[in-house]
Ligand binder design. Structure first.
Ligand SMILES: Nc1ncnc2c1ncn2[C@@H]1O[C@H](COP(=O)(O)OP(=O)(O)OP(=O)(O)O)[C@@H](O)[C@H]1O
Length: 371
């Protein structure tokens, strides 16, 4: 296993006269044994970052070390990808359909010209570890979904990599098997303490596997923290949206209250803030009730239900303050709520976030005041 140390890493692509700064000055250390997740929108440098670590791209600037060994330097690859001890997984599902489980797992070893007897030993060992011994002679079409996943993982791990790199590994799986695939990768990563970097645009991939996550925006890490912290305390509005569904509404903060409309308000978490902000609150931190209180929630005012639709196990219900139709909030409800009905809006105020005009999270910032 290895630690990965990246210093001031840059990759600039040139398309004619246009420069694309795919990776724009990343410095990070991923300790030995850690599962590190890279979350980011499409086209913001996730794959390029991973390819630089793999040695498939030459850095424009900056250095990469595996432990204390320099592997990439400005303008040159010092250690070739095949000598880095890495396994790369692009899609967990992608087994070779015309090869047996045995041959699928043996493939990377044959490629590396490992002697036959050693291949046999290693394939059998990893098959035993992953419960595949009985299906070594089966073809992928004869496997259950779980066996396919385990075969793909066995193939990634058979060379005993010191670093596992995964690029959107679950994107081709159906929702039902995706969860078990994530759980399996997490279990194996934790058991083996295998340094792992997983990149995805899907927060569920990152949050279910990574111990530490970095959010990459425009080739830079906008935030590096625990997944929980990224979800609960996003550095800015873009990170907040990448982390999951969030209501964002324009608000006025005045006299210690945040006004969503003139009649819907909650206490401000920061008495120093005054003026116009954008409020962020996740659907699970808002509820509708006939009562004005619920544990941990604050009554904000009266709202009218606009739409209630069933999505993935919850009724996504859109409401507006009764005195301002232009403000909309999405609330997750356990049952259908009749459009047109009036309800009390309750908000878990300790979970709200306030963003300034630059999108920065100023919820608890003592320095930023607009007075
Ligand atoms: N070989 C290349 N030549 C020119 N531009 C490139 C090349 N590879 C990537 N880019 C550009 O660099 C930027 C970052 O691309 P990258 O693939 O790293 O993003 P990403 O976050 O992985 O996106 P996605 O999730 O869509 O794969 C994009 O603007 C992309 O068009």
């Amino acid at each position: 296993m290895a630690s990965v140390r990246v210093e001031n890493l840059k990759k600039i692509f040139r398309r004619g006269k246009i420069e694309v700064r795919a990776v724009d000055g990343i410095t990070i250390t991923i300790p030995d044994g850690q599962a590190f997740g890279v979350l980011g929108p499409s086209g913001h440098g996730k794959t390029t970052f991973l390819r630089l670590i793999a040695g498939l791209e030459v850095p424009t600037d900056g250095t990469i070390y595996f432990d204390d060994e320099l592997v990439s330097a400005p303008g040159r690859i010092v250690v070739e990808p095949e000598h880095r001890g890495i396994a790369m997984v692009f899609q967990l599902w992608a087994l070779y359909p015309n090869m047996t489980v045995y041959d699928n797992i043996a493939f990377p070893l044959r490629n590396a010209k490992v002697p036959k007897s050693e291949i046999d030993k290693k394939v059998k060992e990893i098959a035993e570890e992953l419960g595949l011994t009985k299906v070594l002679n089966h073809y992928p079409r004869e496997l259950s979904g779980g066996q396919m996943q385990r075969t793909a993982i066995a193939r990634a791990l058979v060379k005993n990599p010191r670093l596992l790199l995964m690029d959107e590994p679950f994107s081709n799986l159906d929702a039902a098997v995706r969860d078990s695939a994530r759980a399996l990768v997490r279990k194996i990563q934790r058991e083996r303490k295998l340094t792992t970097i997983i990149v995805s645009h899907d927060p569920a991939d990152i949050f279910s596997i990574a111990e530490v996550a970095g959010v990459i925006i425009n080739g830079k890490f906008a935030q590096v923290s625990s997944p929980t912290d990224i979800y609960d305390n996003p550095a800015n509005e873009v990170v907040a949206k990448l982390g999951g569904d969030i209501n964002i509404v324009n608000v006025t903060v005045s006299g210690g209250f945040i006004y969503l409309s003139s009649s819907v308000k909650v206490p401000s978490p920061n008495p120093k803030l005054e003026g116009k902000y954008r409020l962020g609150v996740r659907p699970e931190d808002v509820m509708l009730s006939d009562s004005t209180d619920a544990p941990g929630m604050t009554f904000a005012g009266k709202v009218k239900v606009k739409v209630s639709s069933y999505v993935a196990g919850v009724f996504r219900t859109v409401v507006s303050p009764i005195d301002d139709d232009s403000v909309e909030l999405m609330v997750n409800m356990g049952g259908y709520v009749e459009p047109g009905s009036e309800k009390n809006l309750l908000i878990r105020t300790q979970k709200i976030k306030l963003f300034d005009e630059n999108g920065e999270n100023v919820t608890l910032s003592a320095l930023k005041t607009n007075s």
